[in-house]
Design a binder for this molecule. Sequence first.
Ligand SMILES: Nc1ncnc2c1ncn2[C@@H]1O[C@H](COP(=O)(O)OP(=O)(O)OP(=O)(O)O)[C@@H](O)[C@H]1O
Ligand SMILES: [Mg+2]
Length: 379
Amino acid sequence: MQDDLSRARAVGAEQGEDFAAINGERDAAYGLVSGGSRVPAMQAVDDDGATPLLLSGVGRVGRDRCHGRGPLLAGRRAARRRRVLQMGQHSPQFGSVADVAQRLAAAGYLADAAIATTVFLADRLAKPLLVEGPAGVGKTELAKALATATDAELIRLQCYEGLDEARALYEWNYKKQLLRIQVSTGSATGESWDEVHDDIFTEEFLLARPLLAAIRRTGPTVLLIDETDKADVEVEGLLLEVLSDFQVTVPELGTIVASRRPIVVLTSNATRELSEALKRRCLYLALDYPSAEREREIVQAKVPDLAPKLAEQLVGTVRALRALELKKSPSIAETLDWAHTLLALGLTTLDEAAVKSTLGVVLKHASDQERAATELRLN
Ligand SMILES: Nc1ncnc2c1ncn2[C@@H]1O[C@H](COP(=O)(O)OP(=O)(O)OP(=O)(O)O)[C@@H](O)[C@H]1O
Ligand SMILES: [Mg+2]
């Protein structure tokens, strides 16, 4: 063990990195590793050498292994290749606000000045972006367009009631761990429990869920945490470490720090107030229904076969519906559905008869339909 520790220290020194700060910060993680020994943080590289990880305070180093080869070995290989990583390295993707608007438009998303500016700042300041607004105004689409615009992979965490750490962050591959234990008890190698224990709590047995997967990626990544307000309040606690430090702590392994910061977009329909702690870590963008002109542009961009005159009529009618007191106002998504409907039916004008026969595309409550029919005098 002493040897292992000296070697680990040597690797840390060889890499010329001072990770004392994060070791200090993450002391809590050690407490969960019974009998664990502290070693300097070290860098490990996946077997394919392509996924560098920064492991801070690797718990037990009873055996010299990680990914089947051992963190010490992997650390030395990494040092040899001079693949020294900056913690949470961040390279801005956009040159200016205009660049954001232009590249989002090329990805099919029409952003107004407020959207483009907030996205630019989120990228420049490496801050997560919280997008809040009613259903169907383009929150999720913004994250998708951002991924396209930056040539990044989109990793999505869909939030729902009951979402937990095992689905959001990581979980241990119990079946594989069990197999490993069975193999060790069945073989004549005489492995001690300590050795087996050290082995089954290594990277090889870890199943990365979206948050960890996004942190570990070395390529450009957009992490979409969709419908955050649908998750239980406790999930916000899980998110805090990821959102502020771009890192994930696995007690048995240590702290895994993003080698390249993902662009993070959180969306919320504001069905409940998100915690101040979460909001404090994000830039905030309130999305609402767009102006008539912008909505017309969106319709024309997404449904180019629709005649401009009809698009104008359509947007005008949708706006008239939004002005009514409805249970659920039609969103941009529904405007687009309506445009496709008119095309499919071969309608050339949106007269009262056309509105009446297709109202179900935009209004999904009987009471809303009745109100609209009365107010717009369709009966
Ligand atoms: N600015 C925009 N430019 C282009 N398309 C847009 C824009 N805003 C919204 N849309 C379109 O509106 C549709 C709905 O958007 P999206 O699914 O992102 O809504 P949302 O806000 O995430 O809704 P929900 O809260 O229900 O998930 C998408 O198909 C998208 O193409
Ligand atoms: Mg959405």
